[in-house]
Design a protein around this ligand. Structure first.
Ligand code: ARG
Length: 597
């Protein structure tokens, strides 16, 4: 069988075209500071791909761009790949790919269990800091974005062969915990008193972490003795007092278990061993501070230890202050992050560190990165990346809240999503057994919430809307899951499985060509997501794929009587690659598929 170079261990479609263009450009004397600038064309009259890099080269050489483009095309070897190449406009090179080439490429995909996605040649060690909730409270909607965006990128990186080290930098330390353990102690004593001999069971007191926090806060505000005790407990906790430690550990264990149940519901791949909370760096904080002093990077200011960064000075030229240690001796969020950076570089040997944190922490991240580099806590060649995201908004365009203005607990949001999906699924398909219905509702409901978020450009705020995310039309999880089940029902009708096929794929129709081109772009898409950490790029890809499939399905009959066997098998093979790509792509987003819905 002829093998398509993009899956024979050589390169993706885009890389292949880029390389051929580069060779032709070199042959006419264009040096490699000029890239071919290849892009997939939006309209078929511009070919399937368009390269416009010659324009810049012609400008620099002060020659006629169309003539230079012609010279490149004369040298361009796309035999067997393109059906025609033409020059358009001021010197664009339009490439129309040959159906035979696409058919061969697709056949190679159809027998490749990695769908043309090569493992990277030089795997990176990528530390990904994501989710990282504060354990003082229940997880709320503010934790959704980091958890699912981070997880999608983690899955893509791993799939491409990078070594990924997940780091759940949970907030388990700080003044709040004094108040919380004092409250826990109170409530445990109270239950003990109420039922003599009752075991100290923190699970009862902490059944609702949000409520518990409110109780502790109210207690703290109303009762000065309690407040004093709470402050005292902070100090005791930090100095290792056994009683306070025990209470703290009980609280932390319950809160961690709560987060883990959310991860499970959300299909987020974080596990217990990925947790390296703030407290893990306690012993590193003093040495970090001392080292900053020794290097002359931090000094005393109003009793606190502060580093002033000229690199991040404001418009007036005032340096940006980073408080390393407060005047009461306490360490801060930034200090812990410096320690974490050093650990990730020196112990985990990261070559890239990715942070998925709210855009409102942009300055904090800049400060920490800058200071860590200056102090040599990380090497020069490590890539430090804050991948920021916007806020999830309610229908009123303000940050998403409950009707009474409280924070929305993530657990409640997910329960509602599944509930709404269940109603929808029952309406659509009343014949389902209750087990089937529950399973589908869970996958659709959770998938819808995740996809609605992942499909938006992460740097922007977005409006949370139940109706649009659960719609079976448009760029939604249910639409993609439905497209997948459509294909499964074709296989059932044809009496075949969706496994690999070895049928010849022959492309004749325009819709077949479009579908093939889309399928062959999977690897390029994942490469982009791995580089830029924007999962919406994969969502858009999958949506375009499902749409290309739907129009293929409409225009190209598969199981009709008048369709000859080779055409039928060719089209079924295209269905198989499509179904596998959809389910693999959704899986990389952490979204499940089902056989029917
Ligand atoms: N716990 C922090 C918060 O809830 C997020 C931590 C992000 N990670 C980090 N290394 N700073 O805001």
């Amino acid at each position: 069988m002829p093998r398509f170079p993009c899956v024979s261990g050589l390169m993706t479609l885009r890389n292949l075209l880029n390389q051929r263009l580069r060779t032709a450009m070199t042959a006419v004397g264009i040096d490699d500071t000029f890239a071919p600038h290849l892009a997939q064309s939006a309209r078929p009259e511009f070919g399937d791909f368009q390269a416009n890099g010659v324009l810049a080269a012609a400008k620099a050489a002060k020659t006629n761009p169309r003539e230079l483009a012609q010279a490149v095309v004369n040298k361009l070897d796309l035999a067997d790949i393109a059906s025609s190449v033409e020059i358009a406009g001021p010197g664009f090179i339009n490439i129309h790919l040959a159906n035979g080439f696409l058919g061969r490429g697709l056949m190679a995909l159809s027998t490749d269990n990695r769908l043309g996605v090569e493992k990277v040649d030089a795997p990176e060690t990528v530390v990904v800091d994501y989710s990282s909730p504060n354990l003082a409270k229940a997880m709320h909607v503010g934790h959704l974005r980091s958890s699912i965006i981070g997880d999608a990128v983690v899955r893509v990186l791993e799939y491409r062969g990078d070594t990924v080290i997940r780091q759940n930098h949970m907030g388990d330390w700080g003044t709040q915990f004094g108040m919380l353990i004092a409250e826990l102690e109170d409530q445990l004593v109270a239950t003990k008193g109420a039922a003599a001999g009752a075991t100290e069971n923190p699970d009862i007191a902490l059944a609702d972490l949000e409520m518990f926090y409110q109780q502790a806060k109210a207690h703290f505000d109303a009762d000065p003795d309690f407040a004093t005790k709470a402050r005292d407990y902070v100090v005791k906790l930090q100095s290792g007092d056994a009683h306070c430690r025990t209470l703290w550990q009980q609280f932390i264990d319950t809160s961690v278990a709560h987060s883990e149940s959310i991860y499970q519901q959300l299909n987020v791949s974080l596990s217990h061993t990925d947790i390296r909370p703030e407290s893990a760096y306690n012993d590193d904080l003093e040495p970090i501070a001392n080292e900053l002093i020794q290097q002359g990077l931090a000094g005393e200011s109003d009793g606190a230890l502060v580093a002033f960064l000229d690199e991040l000075a404001n418009k007036k030229g005032e340096p940006s202050p980073v408080i390393v240690r407060k005047s009461d001796g306490g360490y801060l969020y930034a200090t812990t992050d410096l320690a974490a950076l050093r650990y990730r570089d020196q112990q985990l040997k990261a070559t890239r560190i990715l942070y998925f944190i709210d855009a409102r922490q942009a300055l904090h991240m800049k400060q920490v990165f800058t200071l860590a580099r200056k102090a040599g806590f990380v090497g020069d060649d490590i890539s430090l990346e804050h991948h920021a995201f916007g806020t999830m908004m309610g229908p009123d365009g303000k940050p998403f809240k409950t009707r009474t203005g409280g924070t929305v607990k993530l657990a409640d949001l997910l329960t509602e999503a599944v509930h709404r999906a269940e109603q929808l699924v029952s309406e659509k398909n009343p014949q389902l057994s209750s087990d089937e219905r529950n399973d589908i509702a869970r996958k659709v409901g959770i998938g819808a919430v995740k996809y609605a978020d992942l499909s938006k450009t992460r740097t922007q705020d977005y409006i949370f809307n139940w109706d649009s995310m659960l719609s079976f039309e448009g760029n939604t999880a249910p639409y993609l899951q439905y497209a997948y089940t459509r294909i499964q029902s074709i296989f059932r009708k044809a009496g075949i499985s969706g496994e690999d096929s070895s049928a010849s794929i022959v492309i004749t129709e325009e819709q077949e060509k479009k579908l093939a081109l889309q399928l062959l772009g999977f690897s390029d898409t994942l490469e982009q997501v791995a580089r830029e950490a924007y999962p919406h790029v994969l969502c858009t890809y999958l949506y375009d794929l499902a749409s290309a499939f739907m129009s293929f399905y409409e225009h190209c009959p598969i199981l009709k009587d008048h369709i000859d066997a080779p055409t039928r098998d060719s089209r079924l093979a295209m269905c198989k690659v499509t179904a596998r790509t959809l389910s693999q792509g959704l899986d990389l987003l952490g979204i499940e598929t089902m056989e029917a819905m």
